[in-house]
Design a protein around this ligand. Structure first.
Ligand code: CTP
Ligand code: MG
Length: 229
């Protein structure tokens, strides 16, 4: 089965607040997006990658990323993550008409272990139309009203934090994005698939698949790399 990974990497990185867009911030000398794409290719189950980067970074990124493998393409992303995935998906459909599985993977999840990528792909290959890696929550979650007052405490045992890569039968992801008009940004591709009425399945995520969001996350990633470069 042909597996194509879409990597949204066009965000500003506002919460990280670095001098450059987050995907190009270096971790032990290597830009985050390069580490993320390498991780996908090293899993051994990804045939090609399409990366969405900020429009002004397309040419510099192409030099950086296409050197990683014959099958890495770069496109301009959009104003929000949903728009960026949509740009990468359109290019992937154009380049890889034979794609059977699409993975969507945040450029900011740089340390995702190969076993997570493989178990997502295996589950889609096994017939699941949509698969997400998940972890139990350490903290209790509260639902608040607009004034910050607690209105509900969902049972933590039924909740999971969702990571990437998320995996989809190719036609299902295409259908999910057909319904997106640009006015409804979501943080999670599986959410769009749920809206189609398609069941989303889960596999075990991994703590190392955390997303570099803040300076603390970047410092943690640096420490982890010192232990296991
Ligand atoms: N992303 C994207 N295009 C956007 C916004 C986000 O491709 N317009 C990507 C980011 O580059 C990142 C992934 O979506 O790899 C997850 O988003 P997030 O962690 O929120 O990154 P940023 O949006 O860059 O960070 P922030 O929200 O702090 O600005
Ligand atoms: Mg963001």
């Amino acid at each position: 089965m042909t597996v194509i990974a879409l990597v949204p990497a066009a965000g500003a990185g506002t919460r990280l607040a670095a001098a450059q867009p987050k995907a190009f911030v270096e971790l032990a000398g290597v830009p985050l997006v390069v580490r993320a794409v390498r991780g996908l290719l090293e899993s051994g189950v990804v045939d090609a990658v399409v990366v969405a980067v900020p429009a002004e970074a397309v040419s510099t990124s192409s030099a950086l990323l296409t050197g990683l493998g014959k099958s890495v393409a770069v496109v301009a992303g959009g104003a929000d993550r949903t728009a960026s995935v949509r740009c990468a998906l359109a290019e992937a459909v154009r380049l890889h008409g034979d794609a059977e599985v699409f993975l969507v993977h945040d450029a900011a999840r740089v340390l995702v272990p190969s076993e997570v990528v493989r178990s997502v792909v295996d589950a889609v290959r096994g017939g699941r139309a949509a698969v997400v890696p998940v972890l139990p929550l350490a903290d209790t979650v509260k639902e608040l009203d607009a004034d910050g007052r607690v209105v509900a405490t969902p049972d933590r045992a039924t909740l999971r934090a969702v990571q990437t890569p998320q995996g989809f039968a190719a036609d299902v992801l295409v259908r999910a994005y057909e319904g997106v008009d640009g006015g409804s940004p979501v943080t999670d591709d599986a959410g769009l698939v749920e809206a189609l009425g398609v069941t989303v399945h889960t596999v075990a995520g991994h703590q190392l698949a955390f997303k570099v969001t803040t300076a603390l996350d970047l410092a943690m990633a640096e420490l982890l790399l010192e232990e296991r470069p």
